[in-house]
Design a protein. Structure first.
Length: 142
């Protein structure tokens, strides 16, 4: 658990240290309203509670597995309203998985294209370069 500076809650530095989320990112999440605004000390410092700490951890884990901010917002809205079923969350996860699979296929196509371009290069000392030639090609109109 992060250290308390007082009985009111966690300062932003402790939130950052405990979750691994950059302080500026925490402030950003507040601005886009996926993190609720914390209470403030008399000196104006943010003081987060344990539920906010859990929420920030949820956001971080969700980002790590590639959920977009809008997907996270949708998940959090369901949680906040307490109006969701496991089936709905499962559906969102399956949709996200399909998106990840599409990205993997696109990255494999990119890898193949780069391998092909690199294999055509003689690495010589002349200004002819098949890699640059390929990049300058106009798109085919097929």
């Amino acid at each position: 658990m992060p250290e308390f500076t007082n009985a009111r809650g966690y300062p932003i530095g402790a939130m950052s240290k405990h979750t691994g989320v950059n302080i500026e990112t925490i402030r950003y999440y507040e601005r886009i309203e996926i993190m609720p605004k914390p209470d403030r000390t008399s000196g104006g410092n943010r003081q987060y509670n344990h539920d906010q700490l859990k929420r920030l951890s949820f956001i971080k884990r969700s980002r790590e597995i590639g959920f977009s901010i809008e997907e996270i917002r949708a998940l959090l809205e369901m949680v906040d309203r307490r109006d969701f079923t496991c089936g709905e969350v499962h559906s969102m996860t399956i949709n996200h998985l399909a998106s990840v699979k599409e990205k993997i296929l696109a990255l494999r196509r990119l890898e193949d294209a780069l391998k092909k371009m690199a294999s055509e290069c003689s690495r010589g000392d002349v200004p002819d370069c098949p890699i640059l030639d390929t990049l300058f090609q106009e798109p085919s109109t097929a």
